[in-house]
Design a protein around this ligand. Structure first.
Ligand SMILES: [Fe+2]
Ligand SMILES: [Fe+2]
Length: 291
């Protein structure tokens, strides 16, 4: 069996919230992603999940912060601040999509429905779901920053919002995982693997089904339906630029023994982002939860 070495979260990693605002001054076009219906739809569908979804992540991780080692406790704090700012910015992004004429209510109701099911289970299941979805977010973020094709043609400031979010998702990608390791420290390796594998398969299925349905619903609102809608969307996701195909390998690594999100140290992507962002180095002021 293939073995990979466990490299924990780098000791010198600093999670520093970049309190930035996007799109308050400009009116982005409805089809902000290069005029493309399917590209705009998938990013809008994704954004619809963030305000409620990231508030859920924070709540799930914070439920286990009691007694955490000081470094992890610090990281949970910074993770909370980053996710709260993401919620605020995606809330504003979603409002702009609504103002442009999209009805997001069906998509939001589906997110609430999924969250309600998970909230009905023990807190450690919510933590496992968060840990799995944070891996998902981190590999999407890596791909988004590593390959400029994904945002090519997007309205500049909106594309910037996605790059900023991606950057911080990479930065805090180990927090939910380390909290999970801490919360399940008394479990056997087998039990831990079984639960995390089961939860990952479950959230992946829901993620793919819900985001596809959400995108098709938004495309319908743009007048694109039936076979044409499926063809455009599936080509975009799986062929060109093919985000889902490109993250498949990184997704699979989650199931290997010794997996840890920081086995892949991709901080060069953060450095490149920070170098390109004008005011990225500004520290976060006190931020209230937007969700
Ligand atoms: Fe986030
Ligand atoms: Fe996150």
């Amino acid at each position: 069996m293939l073995m990979i070495t466990t490299l924990p979260t780098p000791r010198d990693l600093k999670i520093i919230p970049r309190d930035r605002r996007f799109g308050r001054e400009i009116a982005a076009p409805r089809l902000w992603h290069g005029g493309r219906v399917e590209a705009t739809a998938i990013y809008n569908a994704l954004s619809t999940t963030f305000p409620a979804g990231e508030a859920f992540f924070v709540e799930s991780v914070r439920a286990f912060r009691e007694g955490a080692p000081p470094k992890l406790a610090e990281e949970i704090k910074a993770f909370t601040t980053q996710e709260a700012i993401h919620s605020r910015e995606h809330d504003a992004f979603n409002r702009r999509a609504s103002d442009a004429g999209y009805d997001l209510s069906k998509l939001e109701a589906q997110v609430e429905k999924r969250l309600a099911v998970t909230r009905g289970r023990p807190p450690v299941v919510s933590l496992a779901a968060t840990m799995a979805l944070e891996h998902f977010t981190a590999i999407l973020a890596h791909q988004l920053l590593a390959n400029p094709r994904h945002l090519a043609g997007g309205e500049k400031e909106t594309a910037d919002l996605w790059r900023w979010h991606a950057c911080e998702e990479i930065e805090h990608k180990g927090v939910a995982y380390d909290t999970w390791l801490f919360a399940t420290r008394d479990w056997t390796k087998w039990k831990r693997w079984k639960v995390k594998a089961k939860v990952m398969l479950y959230v992946t299925r829901n993620f793919v089904v819900d985001r596809t349905a959400g995108s098709l619903e938004l495309m319908r609102q743009d007048g694109v339906t039936g076979f044409r809608a499926w063809r455009l969307l599936l080509t975009y996701l799986w062929v060109r630029p093919g985000m889902f195909r490109k993250i498949a390998g990184a997704w699979f690594k989650f199931f290997l023994p010794g997996f840890h999100p920081w086995n892949e140290d991709d901080r060069h992507l953060l450095a490149a982002y920070d170098a390109s962002a004008v005011d990225a180095a500004q520290p976060a002021k006190k931020v209230r939860r937007a969700a």
